[in-house]
Write a protein that binds this ligand. Structure first.
Ligand code: APR
Length: 233
């Protein structure tokens, strides 16, 4: 039985794939008014603008490839039962080969029914553009399968359950400002080691092991640490 390694990733893990983060200099929220393009109010007021924003992000994702950080998590599946919880809406963890990915804030390459949130369709690669008039195969009007600000995070309970089961918990590339994702840290069992990989780490409890490096370097270092510990035990 392999120990359970739970990862909580944010935009920083995709930075080295050329996908901009939200709050770094030049980030997405510097160039777009977040409440206009990523909130329930914004979607109600100007759905076309919101569809266009996500069409642009989908186009950018087509040119992006998983980076060494995504691949390091796949490599760790040799030693651990790796469960990835991500705030990211890109599909880079899946494209790298991670076998267990839970999206907290939705998925860019999917759309869902406006009237029935449980009805979700994957976009095919040559029809990535959506508009407020886009309909699913069942005839429903469709919207980006994204959790907007002001909306609940349906997968948070499942994420908390994963963190409770973690034997090791690793936070990678997130500014820890958006809840409930930022609060996952508090659900680790006492004594479970927590690592935080981020070149500009946010304030975290004293007990957290900070690796103040980019995701690819930090995960390479963490892999060495975990494998060395595995040899000793
Ligand atoms: N490697 C690792 N971390 C990095 C790198 C890198 N190469 N480059 C930047 N970072 C870190 C930054 O230091 C920062 O802590 O990634 C983090 C990015 O923070 P945000 O831009 O706030 O992204 P995130 O924490 O994922 O945002 C959370 O906010 O707008 C919402 O829904 C959106 O899921 C997003 C949520």
């Amino acid at each position: 039985m392999k120990p359970t390694l739970v990862i909580s990733s944010g935009a920083g893990i995709s930075a080295e794939s050329g996908i901009s983060t939200f709050r770094d200099a030049g980030g997405l929220w510097e160039n777009y008014p977040v409440m206009d393009v990523a909130s329930a109010t914004g979607f109600r007021k100007a759905p076309g603008l919101v569809h266009r924003f996500y069409n642009e992000r989908r186009k950018a994702l087509l040119d992006a490839r998983p980076n060494a950080a995504h691949r390091a998590l796949v490599d760790l599946e040799k030693d651990f039962d790796v469960r990835v919880i991500t705030q990211n809406v890109d599909d880079l963890h899946e494209r790298a080969g991670s076998s267990d990915v839970l999206h907290l804030h939705g998925e860019l390459m999917k759309i869902r029914s406006v009237s029935n949130p449980g009805y979700v369709e994957s976009l095919d690669i040559d029809h990535l553009e959506t508009t407020p008039a886009t309909r699913g195969k069942n005839g429903d009007l469709m919207r980006p399968h994204i959790v907007f600000f002001e909306e609940p995070v349906p997968n948070i309970e499942a994420a908390v359950e994963l963190v409770r089961k973690a034997d090791i918990f690793v936070v990678v590339g997130t500014s820890l400002v958006v809840y409930p994702a930022a609060g996952l840290l508090q659900f680790v069992r006492p004594g479970v080691p927590v690592y935080y990989i981020d070149p500009h780490p946010a304030a975290v409890p004293q007990s957290v092991h900070i690796i103040a490096k980019k995701a690819s370097e930090g995960l390479a270092e963490l892999t060495r640490i975990l494998r060395a510990a595995g040899q000793r035990s």
